[in-house]
Design a protein around this ligand. Sequence first.
Ligand SMILES: *Cc1c(COP(=O)(O)O)cnc(C)c1O
Length: 423
Amino acid sequence: MSLPLSHPALSATDPELAALVAAEERLQSDTLRLIPSENYVSQAVLEASGTVLQNKYSEGYSGRRYYEGQQNIDQVETLAVERAKTLFGVEHANVQPYSGSPANLAVYLAFAEPGDTVMGMALPMGGHLTHGWGVSATGKWFRGVQYGVRHDTGLIDFDEVRELALKERPKIIFCGGTALPRTIDFAAFAEIAREAGSVLVADVAHIAGLIAGGAHPSPVPHADVISTTTHKTLRGPRGAMLMSREQHAKAIDKAVFPGLQGGPHNQTTAAIAVALHEAAQPSFRDYAQAVVANAGALAEQLLARGFDLVSGGTDNHLILMDLTPKDVPGKVAAKALDRAGIVVNYNTVPYDPRKPFDPSGIRIGTPSLTSRGLGTQHMAAVADWIDRGVTAARTGDEDALTAIRAEVAELMAAFPAPGLPTD
Ligand SMILES: *Cc1c(COP(=O)(O)O)cnc(C)c1O
């Protein structure tokens, strides 16, 4: 079987690499991708990120560069900044952070000194490494104190957050995370941060697209700083943004450059501008609502099949399930589902008795399948495949996994993915 020649120059120069790209295109096309931090960018975003803008060095900011020849680049960055400000309703936006982790590191540089106390959600509870977790530079160079969710409800315990904040008086409080299936109460965090004298950072990496599309409440005006990646529900290139009121603009800009980074990745800035333009269209509001509707429908179908969902369900794009009642470790299930053409990640669940590299749960989400046009009417089939796949993982039934893989490929063929070649 010959793969389609979608990148002629690359194929001519480096057939070995071109074959890997073509194989990845086929994988992304044929499989049901349920990793909640992933998506499919549009052809327009792909094209913008593959332009000659990548040839240019632009240290500094629009109108204040350390290199000449910025006639076009300045306008590209200004477009991205202005679009971010309009879309999220903020006074200041910095679109240069290379990714979400460096964006968060810039926040530390702007608002704390090494050794200061910072507070975030514990990684195994659903927080992010960069919120002060021990193995991260943010937990090694700062003193991280961590909150979690309640054992009985799976929800954030604001009494615990307040008590910890008032006792520790952290310089920075992070809210947001990587495995939070419920709406984040930014106002509640803001009240606690005010009482404790802390800078509140809303890390909305996962839900930025939902916020832009009106499907999750906005952290504006509650958070002092908003940190986000651009490549998750926002459906842009791999990158990040920091947003704030004018009051913090200087501190943030100085921290990103020259504090932490050199030249911005202009091709990424351009693709962020395109993604923000797309996210400002009415159709993106429909997309964001559909992501949430699909996750809600999928959660219901999974509950009906006896799955144990952390917090009992979802308000957003993400579902975290504890597979203990199904008698299958998360990693075994994730690997079996991968063989069945269903791509998920194994994940700790709150109070997980198992180890992070071999935890009890899996984490799934609906941003990618919604980008392909699947709707709530398809969620029963998706839940069925997951159910059969988890059962096959327990019984070691490889034939069942192969059968699911064929069924998945057949449905996905009817819903071509944005940005991928069709044949
Ligand atoms: C994804 C994510 C990040 C990090 O983004 P990278 O681009 O992977 O560095 C930071 N915070 C949260 C909450 C995330 O979900």
